[in-house]
Design a protein around this ligand. Sequence first.
Ligand SMILES: Cc1ncc(COP(=O)(O)O)c(C=O)c1O
Length: 363
Amino acid sequence: MIPPEVIQAISVATLPCFIYHGAAAKKRAALALSLLDRCFFPVKACPEPDIVRTVLAAGCHLDLCSAGDVEIAIAVGCAGDHWKLTTAQADNTLLRRICSAGALLDADSLEQALRWKTCGGTVCGLRITANRPKALYGPKFGVPARDIAVAASWLAAAGVRLEGLHLHDQHANLTPLEFATRLAENLAEVDCAVLRDCRYVNIGGSWPMRHGNPASVENLRHALGILRNGLAALGFQGALWAEPGRWIVEPCGYWAARVAALKAHPLGEKHRVVVLDTNTPIPCRPSLAPFVVLRDGNLLKEPSSLTCDIFGSSNTALDSIGVAVRLPHLALGDMVVSLGQGAYTRSLIPPFNERERPAAIVL
Ligand SMILES: Cc1ncc(COP(=O)(O)O)c(C=O)c1O
């Protein structure tokens, strides 16, 4: 469940820390690539330069959404023709920069796509706003599918060819089939002539991860096959692209911190409140993935007879790391390791309470 090299690294590290398993990230990136014609790794999911280099080595391109992401792409030596920008907030400086690097743009609005033209762009994709979006940001991103044809004609008049469609919504709690069905339903609302002329459809990220477990490659392959057939029936003959972040890197990260306080729990003696010596991300969601305990560098193998609520050390009401987690009898100073913390955890930890962000170690 936790590789021995990760245990070894944690046992000699200064805690709290995050350990990222590079070989695992490379393998999962290759799996994602096996399902797609092109895979863009969203840098924001895990901006550790060594992880970004690793997924590039597996064959991914990069999904960027800020000037800071561009800096990372440059720092890891990724060529501009492997970048793709998607953001609601791109000023002309950023657009000119990515255009001159030879990058792609999935424009967030007609207005952004028209500015892309003034910055040197001649082709771009357009992001679609999901119908009844599941993502918390609702209608923030994209253009409704029914307005895409009109946008395409405005773009053509301005000298910009619409070459792709981009659709990202929240699918984490769906099955692969539900995921593919939602995508297909949204894409079917785009004017057929526009869809037919596109060279790619980018289905974004947030791939199914029910109960924290990434959907299997087999189930995704089946579901994406159905999506491909559905698009083909509408006349689309282009490529299927995507940008899964969490699905690739979440299982590849480990968050280790020492037990700083152990307290009685109102539910009784088989329960504990465990406070770890770490600051926590905002928002901090209790992890659905397993936890393990290390003592003196070894996995504590006693039966998991305690039910623990695990918190970080922030003086807020928002630092719950795990709820009702089954753990062996642990002691002050033991190391608790939370698995499945490779995406959006360390990067969302603020310097709240004047605490340093935990270190990152890439194996
Ligand atoms: C446009 C876009 N693409 C891809 C992603 C990556 O999503 P995930 O890491 O959940 O797969 C996000 C995340 O917010 C996104 O907004």
